[in-house]
Design a binder for this molecule. Sequence first.
Ligand code: PLP
Length: 459
Amino acid sequence: MNTDFRAIPGVDRILSDMRLSRLEASYSRPLITSLVRQYLDELRVLIRQGQSCPTIDQIAESIINRLISVEAGTLHTVINATGVILHTNLGRAILSLEARLAMDMIASGYCNLEFNLEKGTRGSRHIHIESLLCRVTGAEDALVVNNNASALLLAITSLAKKKEVIISRGQLVEIGGGVRIPDVIRLSGARLVEVGTTNRTYKSDFDNAITPRTAALLRVHSSNFKLVGFTRSILLRELVEIGHKHKVWVLDDLGSGCLLDTIKFGLDPEPMVQDSISEGADLVLFSGDKLLGGPQAGIIVGSRNIIEKLKGHPMARAVRIDKISLAGLAATLLHYIKGEALIRIPVWQMICCPLDELENRARQWVSSVRGRIDIIDGESMIGGGSLPGSTLPTRLVAIRDKGKNSQALLSIAQKLRQQRPAVIARIEKDTLLLDPRTVLREQDTLVTRALTEALGMPQ
Ligand SMILES: *Cc1c(COP(=O)(O)O)cnc(C)c1O
């Protein structure tokens, strides 16, 4: 057996070390004590495996490092140099100044979230957003919940529990994070009826599948993949015609839900919420933090009687939106209403950023770094399950390794991630790429500093 066990100092001995006792004022004794205990538990395991006991100095240093990492937390700002505008892993849309100010204001004090100031009685949190959404989409009524997945769950649960929902096989998509549309439908207690084939679905497929148990027809925008070749999907207009003939609801899950015409920006067409409403969908569902460019939210717009049904369902309470997101969403919608979305909402500013500006910034990055680094033509992506295969021309900073050594590139990418803030690049075909489009202008100097560090050159 290892005799070193006896060399382990006790909790009190460690706590009385000057370096740690000095920190009690800023970190609290219970926190330091719990970190010391946790450290000692781990140390006993290591010593059992044959390691020798560290000195009291080394122990104190380890505890201080743990304190620092508790304080630093794990959620940090990063610099997105991937060129993917709505990067789900990097937090999707970043918000406009006005949205951030509105969120800060509501977070900092009490508000009339559910209080009618005029009457002095209880109010509804929904009124703060309904009229804005109706104005921008042309819908009769609106409801906002936590995110689009919960919007879909709420809609199907309220309207189709123990009944049938018909959907085309080509639209049974996985929406990211391992969440699949069929799972959401099953979770709601509705029965999923698949029609058509993977690549082709006709009007008659839906017509023939409707039974007295059918509650709804669901269209899901296959937002994160593209089916090309011998395909046929049913138009929303046709779905509405069938739905109304048989008196069943037509739900349209748009995913991103765009309010602006993406064709004008050189992108593929992304279905617009206003069009789904005018084509007669009973409910249209979309996310707040994709192309809309707001905070995380699930937005439901459509006919008043159905929205009322949803609002009254107990699940609406379970998936409700919080006051801070509500404030950010309202401020974001106001940009559309005032016709200033393109100049105020970061997602749209990035989409619209002119190529020569991207070129200039890429040049600045390169000139202050030097080395094995060039500027090349490339493409930025929308991401977030929006516009698959549709890209924007951009200028990229490219780092190639002379020996085509992908290990060396991975190591540079890792060094960029180790900077604070971390810089996230992408690797394509033996080249490390950084796209200025998704980097905020005020982060330019941070990028050049990170590049200098990662490429191992003196400042
Ligand atoms: C992204 C997406 C969702 C999920 O939206 P969240 O806001 O992330 O919950 C649902 N349906 C479609 C078609 C999507 O693209």
